[in-house]
Design a protein around this ligand. Structure first.
Ligand SMILES: [Zn+2]
Length: 454
C-alpha cells in the first residue's frame, strides 16, 4: 500500500472505530446504556465436577461476568463462602452436577448429507448446496450442538468456500449463539482431494479441497487458508494413491507453525498414518487405519487421536465394522494415546438433532469399556488441549472464560448423564436453563462485539 493511501486508511479506521463506540446524533437512552453494562451471574452449585482429577466438590458458589461490549466472559470467584454481588442474577443448580462445557474435536457444521436425494454421497451435496445455504445450516447445527452442552468444537473443513470462517465470525461477533469454533478452512489434499473426479468436471474439487501437490503449492494453500481465517490446518494425508511424503508432511507442520497453527491429518491407510506420526502432526483424524504399533508411536509422541468412533445405531454401521471401531478405540486407550471425543456427525437423521447424533457417540466409548472419568476427560480436558484453549477456556477456574453446563446425575459414575444436559452457559450468558433453550439475548442485529473480531 502506498503512503497516502495507508494514511487515509488509518484515518478511516480510527474514525470508524470511534464512531461505532461513541458518537451518536442524540443522547443514548439510560436503558440502552444499562443493557451494555457488564452482567454478573451467580451459580449455586450442588456438586461441582472436576474432570481433570475426577473429583466432585459439594456446595460451591460460582460468580461469572459477561461483558456486553466485547462478548468476553470471566469466572470471577469459586468457593463455599462467596459474597453475592449486588444486582447479580442467582441461578439455583443445587440439585445438579455442574461441569465445564464439552468438546467435539471433529465435525463439519457446514455440510449435512442425507439419504434423499443424494444417497448420503456428500460429493453430490457439495454440488447441490451453495456456500451461503451451508453457512446458514452451520449456524443451525452449531445451535443444536450447543444445546447438548458442546461449547467448543473443531470444524474441520467441507464448509464450501470458507463457510466455517463465516460461522466463526458470526459467533465471535455476537450475532448468533454457537460453540467456540476452531476451524480449518478448506481441506488441503493431493490432486483430487477426497473426490474421485472425472476430467470434464475436475474443477468441482474446489471449494471442498485445495489441490496442493508441490512444496510451493503446499505453502500457498496453507497461507491462503490462514489468510481466510483458519485456526488449524487440515490435510488429507493419504486420500489418493499418491500420499504425501514424510518431508511434505513436515513442511505442512513447519509452515503452519510459522503462523502459530497446528496440523490435523485425515488418515485412512496404515502407511499414511505412519508417515503422519513420523512427521509429527498434532492430531490424527479417524481411527480405522490405526493399529497397535501405530497407537504406541502416537502415545510416545503425544499425538491426539480424533478417532470419529461411530456407534452402531439404527441409522449407521454394521456389527463387523463396529467391532473394529470398538476394538481400535479400546486399543488406543490401553496404549495411553491422548483420546478426544470426535464424531464426524455430519449427516441428517430424521427425528434427531445434530446434538443427539453427536451425544450418541458415547455408546462406542461405553462398548470399549472406557471408564466414565476417562470418557469425560476426552470430552473436556483433552478437547481443550487439542483446541489449544487450556489456559483460557474450558476448565472451571478463576480468570477463565465461563462455559459451564449442568446435568442431573454424576457423569463420573454414569457417562450417560451427559445425554441430558439441562443447563448451558456460554461465555457467561445463559443459553439453556431448566432444559429449555432461551437464546434471545444471543441474537443481535450486527457485530455486537465488534467487526474486528475475526
Ligand atoms: Zn471428518
Amino acid at each position: 500500500m502506498n503512503k497516502p493511501l495507508f494514511a487515509f486508511f488509518a484515518i478511516f479506521l480510527a474514525f470508524a472505530t470511534t464512531a461505532a463506540a461513541q458518537q451518536w446524533p442524540g443522547e443514548v437512552p439510560a436503558d440502552v446504556r444499562e443493557s451494555l453494562e457488564p452482567m454478573t451471574t451467580v451459580l449455586r452449585v450442588g456438586h461441582l465436577v472436576d474432570p481433570e482429577d475426577g473429583t466432585v466438590t459439594d456446595n460451591v458458589i460460582i460468580v461469572v461476568r459477561h461483558e456486553h461490549l466485547t462478548g468476553d466472559s470471566e469466572i470471577l470467584e469459586i468457593g463455599p463462602n462467596v459474597t453475592i454481588p449486588k444486582g447479580a442474577e442467582v441461578i439455583d443448580l443445587s440439585d445438579s452436577y455442574v461441569l465445564p462445557g464439552l468438546v467435539d474435536s471433529h465435525d463439519h457444521l457446514g455440510i449435512t448429507y442425507k439419504k434423499v436425494p443424494e444417497s448420503d454421497n456428500y460429493y453430490q451435496t457439495t454440488l447441490m448446496d451453495s456456500t451461503p445455504i451451508r453457512a446458514i445450516q452451520s449456524v443451525s447445527n452449531g445451535i443444536q450442538k450447543l444445546a447438548y452442552g458442546f461449547t467448543m468444537m473443531r470444524d474441520l473443513g467441507n464448509s464450501g468456500n470458507y463457510g466455517d470462517t463465516a460461522l466463526r465470525h458470526a459467533i465471535e461477533q455476537g450475532w448468533v449463539p454457537g460453540p467456540t469454533i476452531i476451524n480449518s478452512g478448506i481441506i488441503i489434499g493431493a490432486f483430487g482431494g477426497q473426490f474421485h473426479e472425472v476430467p470434464e468436471w475436475e474443477s468441482t474439487v474446489y471449494p471442498e479441497y485445495l489441490n496442493a501437490d508441490t512444496d510451493d503449492e503446499i505453502v500457498k494453500a496453507i497461507r491462503r487458508n490462514i489468510h481466510y481465517g483458519a485456526k488449524v490446518i487440515k490435510v488429507c494425508v493419504d486420500c489418493q494413491a499418491y500420499p504425501y511424503t514424510v518431508d511434505q508432511l513436515k513442511l505442512f507442520v513447519s509452515e503452519s507453525a510459522n503462523a502459530g497453527r497446528k496440523v490435523a491429518g485425515h488418515v485412512q491407510t496404515y502407511e499414511g498414518a505412519r508417515r503422519a506420526i513420523e512427521a509429527g502432526l498434532w492430531s490424527l483424524e479417524h481411527g480405522n487405519a490405526l493399529t497397535d504399533d501405530l497407537h504406541k508411536m502416537m502415545a510416545e509422541k503425544g499425538i491426539f487421536r480424533a478417532g470419529t468412533d461411530t456407534p452402531l445405531t439404527w441409522y449407521r454401521g454394521t456389527e463387523r465394522s463396529y467391532k473394529r471401531t470398538v476394538d481400535g478405540l479400546r486399543n488406543a486407550y490401553e496404549n495411553g494415546v491422548k483420546l478426544t471425543f470426535s464424531t464426524d456427525a455430519d449427516y441428517y437423521v430424521p427425528g434427531l438433532s445434530r446434538g443427539e447424533v453427536t451425544i450418541n457417540f458415547l455408546q462406542t466409548w461405553k462398548d470399549a469399556k472406557i471408564p466414565a472419568p476417562d470418557v469425560l476427560r476426552a470430552l473436556t480436558i483433552n478437547g481443550y488441549e487439542v483446541c489449544e484453549t487450556s489456559d483460557s477456556r474450558g476448565p472451571i477456574k478463576v480468570g477463565y472464560k465461563a462455559d459451564i453446563i449442568a446435568v442431573s446425575e454424576n457423569p463420573l459414575v454414569d457417562i450417560d448423564a451427559l445425554r441430558n444436559v439441562h443447563f448451558v452457559m456460554k461465555d457467561g450468558q445463559v443459553f439453556k436453563k431448566d432444559g429449555v433453550v432461551m437464546p434471545i439475548d444471543f441474537f443481535n442485529g450486527g457485530p455486537e462485539y465488534g467487526w474486528r473480531k475475526r
